[in-house]
Design a protein around this ligand. Structure first.
Ligand code: PLP
Length: 441
């Protein structure tokens, strides 16, 4: 019998009368909490534990950006005085972003975000030789992992269609690659290793220093998607020996639509876009000065508060994790023994559908996430969770909680109340879970 597809509740459209963000109008945003109070038509407090999806723009970041929408609106490429002021501001922001990752300012290219940075790094290294492949010159090989973000995975798949070959390294139960397997995957024609720093769903951190050493020895370019690590854990591009590194503004309290790519001096990288002479012609397009100012300020704040943030946030994350393990029977943490970013935990709650739980929690005022993707109206279990060896039903029963700079102990208390209750309620409604629970009792 064909399995019945799980309806894609994540699209929300199929839930009659349900508008997920109905409470998000005119929130009274408090500066030191992710709790929002909603004055109109609702008494609901909302707790946001989905900071890996996106972060709010920090008030100081917004302050740094605002003048560049109006009073300081000049084009940073203009020669006149206002243009020169905008140029100077952009170059200061470049220094701030470079300082966050231990780079030189001239090695930072501003982009529209993590997706563009990943595409540029991968296509930029590999695409040029593909022309050579077409002319029968050489073949090219890329090594990546099965748990990358789609911005890397789909770029690699596009390369495969153009004739490159790609190795997708598996990971163990903890979401980590095996260095020996990476060593064995290297071929004479391997041109690029692209392995993410921290995983968006699990928070697991790959051993970049070892990978960088190996790439260097083998004379292979090394790119890392640091979208989920930049601003959360310390990064030094020289210590890690990466040649290319992607950053996204909206994951570190800057706005959406701005990002950066670190390109080590001397790296042969083809440009993606053709146009004017902005950013030395390497990434043309009139610079998004306000966005760049936001990213610069956010990078500066992250660099200064990184250690303190990490300590406070990881203590809250650990309290949430332990509390849930204690209060929800049979729950487990995915990839628990790997090094992880301080803010992320991913738990499986056997016997519930992740989407149903997500929506139940949303209705109670808690925002978190599943790694599931909607495709053709059915929910596909997260490719990351299945890649680390979770059976599809456990992958579907998993939820990610990602904390942020403004998460408070009260937010954790709230979550520790609502999650166990929602899981218990859903389990109560599940005939299979009830049957299994009775069989084991
Ligand atoms: N890489 C990772 C690991 C991510 O988590 C994301 C976004 O979720 C991206 C890349 C894409 O970044 P952006 O949203 O800035 O395009």
């Amino acid at each position: 019998m064909r399995p019945v597809p799980v309806p894609c509740l994540l699209s929300f459209r199929i839930l009659p009368g349900y508008f997920p963000f109905r409470n998000l109008h005119s929130p009274l945003v408090t500066r030191n909490s992710t709790r929002r109070e909603y004055p109109v038509g609702s008494h609901m407090n909302r707790v946001y534990l989905d900071f890996n999806a996106t972060t709010p723009v920090e008030p100081a970041v917004l302050d740094a950006m605002l003048p560049y929408f109006s009073a300081e609106f000049a084009n940073a490429a203009s020669i006149h005085t206002p243009g020169q002021r905008a140029r100077a501001a952009v170059e200061t922001a470049r220094e701030q972003v470079a300082a966050l990752v231990g780079a030189r300012p001239q090695e930072i290219v501003f982009t529209s975000g993590g997706t563009e940075s990943d595409n540029h790094a991968i296509f930029g290294v590999v695409a040029q030789p593909i022309l050579a492949v077409r002319s029968g010159d050489v073949s090219r090989h890329v090594i990546t992992t099965a748990i990358e973000h789609e911005a890397v995975l789909n770029t690699c798949q596009a390369l495969e269609k153009e004739g490159a070959s790609v190795t997708y390294l598996p990971t163990n139960r903890n979401g980590q690659i095996d260095m020996e397997e990476l060593r064995r995957a290297i071929r004479p024609e391997t041109i690029l290793i692209t392995i993410m720093h921290a995983n968006n769903e699990l928070g697991t951190v790959q051993p970049l220093e070892e990978i960088g050493r190996l790439a260097k020895e083998a004379d292979i370019y090394f790119h890392t998607d640091a979208v989920q690590s930049a601003g959360k854990i310390s990064i030094d591009v020289n210590k890690l020996q990466v040649d290319l590194l992607s950053i996204s503004g909206h994951k570190l309290y800057a706005p959406k639509g701005i990002g950066a790519l670190y390109v080590r001096g001397g790296t042969r990288l083809r440009q993606l876009l053709y146009g004017g002479h902005h950013q030395r012609g390497f990434r043309p397009g009139t610079e998004n000065v306000a966005g760049i100012m936001g990213l610069g300020k956010a990078a500066e704040i992250a660099r200064k508060s990184l250690v303190e943030d990490a300590q406070r946030i990881s203590a809250l994350r650990d309290r949430l994790q332990q509390g849930l393990l204690h209060r929800v029977p049979q729950s487990r943490v995915n990839a628990a023994s790997a090094p992880r970013t301080p803010n992320t935990t991913n738990l499986v709650f056997p016997g519930v559908e992740g989407e149903a739980l997500l929506i139940a929690l949303d209705l109670k005022g808690l925002a978190c996430s599943t790694g599931a993707a909607c495709s053709s109206g059915a929910v596909e279990p997260s490719h990351v969770l299945t890649a680390i060896g979770l059976p599809p039903e456990e992958a579907r029963a998993s939820l990610r909680f990602s904390l942020g700079r403004h998460t408070t102990p009260a937010d954790i208390d709230f979550s520790l109340n609502v999650v166990p209750a929602a899981v218990a309620q859903l389990r109560e409604l599940s005939p299979t879970y009830r049957k299994e629970a009775t069989a084991h009792s």
